[in-house]
Design a protein around this ligand. Structure first.
Ligand code: C5P
Length: 304
């Protein structure tokens, strides 16, 4: 058994529609999920016994059994008890509580890494099954790329790759949004009428045909996120950030997942760098953090 270093990419939501409530307290969704190059590094070392140890270069992130990466290791030990312990080191680049699936992708990396370290030979489908016990976005993070997600987000169909398109991300450092809060607030204050659901079905199919054609201008037009209705009114700065992106003739802009990260799809790298510079200037008095990255193929990858 030797150590593994894995690259764990973040995701953005090109489309997030809440179709309805579910008896299990979750929501039925239709999403288009997209991996981006912004990624954490997850390093795994074998330990003797059943010990799980976790370190992270972000001291305010929990480093105990409440961390999803720890839970992933514990789940693997529970299913495959003949194998040993593991030391997990998380090197974070993905902001936390951001709507970018940072915690989910770390957990996905632990599943993929332990499958290799313990030589279990699990298929991607078997790994995604385990992943769905950890969280709705974890199965997607295993395979990544571009995918349609339904159910609570765990039922996936691959879509044609959209790699290479530059994207700018913006997030206010001190602002995090709880996914549970965002969904719960949507449930309490909003719901779609039958007519709205029908209109959204049209929008979703337009998005899918734009993706099939790799027509980025149309993808930009059909970006959608129901949770913007919850998060933007509650956080005026996030709404201003979105307007700032929109004013710069980007291909399209939208909040990712339950936010508060806002992304802007850009025509090319030069535009992405210009948008980033202008936006930083406009929010110079705030704690805005920005990233220029790109859409990418694939999910968890072994890098060492
Ligand atoms: O699945 P995960 O643990 O990542 O979800 C976090 C929270 O987001 C859930 O506890 C639930 O409140 C909400 N959620 C939801 N419907 C979904 C996905 C998440 O209500 N499809």
């Amino acid at each position: 058994m030797h150590p593994y270093i894995l690259k764990a990419p973040a995701k953005i939501n090109l489309y997030l529609e809440i179709v309805g409530d579910r008896p299990d307290g979750y929501h039925e969704v239709v999403m288009v999920l997209q991996s981006i190059d912004l990624a954490d590094e997850v390093e795994l070392h074998p330990l003797s016994g059943k010990t799980i140890r976790l370190h992270c270069d972000q001291p305010h992130l929990p480093q105990d059994q409440t961390n999803l990466a720890w839970k992933a290791a514990a789940l693997m030990q529970q299913h495959y008890p003949d194998h040993g312990g593991v030391e997990i080191a998380l090197r974070k680049s993905i902001p936390i509580g951001a709507g970018l699936a940072g915690g989910s992708t770390n957990a996905a990396a632990v599943l993929v890494g332990l499958n290799l370290m313990w030589d279990l030979g699990l298929t991607q489908a078997e790994l995604r099954d385990l992943a769905s016990q950890l969280g709705s976005d974890v199965p997607f993070c295993i395979t990544g790329g571009t995918a349609l997600a339904v159910g609570r987000g765990e039922i996936l169909s691959p879509l044609p790759d959209l790699d290479g398109l530059p994207v700018v991300l913006g997030k206010f450092r001190q602002l995090s949004v709880s996914t549970a809060w965002a969904y719960q607030t949507f449930r309490t204050h909003f719901s779609h009428s039958e007519a709205e659901l029908q209109a959204l079905r049209g929008q979703a199919s337009q998005m899918l045909s734009a993706i099939a054609a790799r027509d980025f201008q149309r993808i930009g037009r059909f970006l959608y996120n129901d949770l913007e209705q919850v998060v933007l009114p509650a956080h005026e700065t996030v709404a201003r950030l979105r307007s700032q992106f929109q004013a710069q003739a980007v291909i399209g802009t939208m909040m990712s997942g339950s936010g508060p990260t806002v992304f802007a799809l850009c025509q090319d790298l030069a535009q992405a760098q210009q948008v980033e510079a202008t936006t930083r200037q406009a929010f110079a008095q705030s704690d805005l953090e920005t990233w220029v990255t790109q859409l990418c193929v694939g999910g968890i990858q072994v890098v060492g």
